[in-house]
Design a protein around this ligand. Sequence first.
Ligand SMILES: Cc1cc2nc3c(=O)[nH]c(=O)nc-3n(C[C@H](O)[C@H](O)[C@H](O)COP(=O)(O)OP(=O)(O)OC[C@H]3O[C@@H](n4cnc5c(N)ncnc54)[C@H](O)[C@@H]3O)c2cc1C
Length: 375
Amino acid sequence: MNDWIIMGGGIVGLSCALELRLRGARVQLLETGICGGQASGAAAGMLAPYSENPEYPDEFFMLCRESLDRYPAWQQLVRELSGRDFEYTACGSLYAVYHEADLLGLRSRMNWQREYGSSAVILQGAELREAEPGLSPQVAAALWTPEESHIYAPDFVAALKDACLKAGVLIREGLEAVQLKEWEQGIKAVAQGGEVFQGDQLLVCTGAWAGELADELGIRIPVQPIRGQICAYAWGEERTPLRHMVFCNQGYLVQKSNGTLVCGASEDIAGFDTSVTDKGIQRLLKWNKKVLPALEQAEPFHRWAGLRPSTLDGRPLLGRLPQAERVLFAAGHYRNGILLSPVTAALAADYAEGKEMQAWHEAFRPDRFGAATRA
Ligand SMILES: Cc1cc2nc3c(=O)[nH]c(=O)nc-3n(C[C@H](O)[C@H](O)[C@H](O)COP(=O)(O)OP(=O)(O)OC[C@H]3O[C@@H](n4cnc5c(N)ncnc54)[C@H](O)[C@@H]3O)c2cc1C
């Protein structure tokens, strides 16, 4: 294993840094702001491959599912290495529908997902009210998927950072800007203040900013930020906490053990603007009362937004660039980067070690959007 420079200190960069370091690499991680200061710190932390992939078992679903399987051991490793605690709750999920006609869709989804590790069942009537007493009587049925879980993303990312530091990853934050100056003979990156960082290999984990390297590398990197606006209510014991994560076709509600109920999230195109708009939050408030009527009497105490790194086909960029053999990509995880972080770290380290990859991993090739066009 060589000397690695990792650009980006979100959950993806930190996870890859830890895995590479544990496999013997020397790793320097460069972050323009603070680790976890962008999408990773804004996320709801749901680990929900089944609810997020209702249609069919494609490669993306397989990647999500494999990552869910890796979570118990991965979060335990981070817990032990960092010595920090964070919430990781295996509460299962309910995907709620409002009309009898939607049952057909739920059933076909349940059937294919049961072939891939889910033990989902459809709950209705008294069974559903007993499972989640606060749900609106308008909810006709829900698909209960016991395997899904969630993590408190800000604490988990902080623990990941500590685990990296303890394992010997060099982390530099607050660099303001980092530019790639050399990637053919070796790696040279220069920070805003002129500080130079050198290595043999580069791992790009810059999330929604990954496209900024297109000119330097002379390739097409179609990653764009999709803003997610999200809010939280104070929702402790006195309010009957939700027992499951609850999804519907408009969004989701997640009960956190710190007594907050997180409600997300919008999907808007606003460039790199992370401000919260009244329109974005009002939309959330409108539908979430239809799921949980008790929200009629509540006002969120916290509103925030983050930038999901979205690619043209919704799949991450994961692998080496044939055009630039020292450059590996792990970016563009869109709505599922928290879920996908353990499998991404494992695969990035496998690529780094030159291991033979499985054929289906080709679906994530970072050069799949067309031939390189040198700038
Ligand atoms: C509201 C919301 C809710 C979400 N909920 C979930 C969820 O429940 N479950 C889930 O799995 N996913 C969720 N996501 C998606 C998830 O947050 C992202 O997919 C994930 O955080 C992406 O991680 P990342 O490390 O690639 O990006 P980021 O966390 O954005 O990290 C990229 C980092 O790169 C840095 N950077 C940029 N340019 C440079 C440069 N030139 N040099 C060095 N550093 C640079 C940035 O400062 C940033 O810190 C949610 C996202 C949002 C916005």
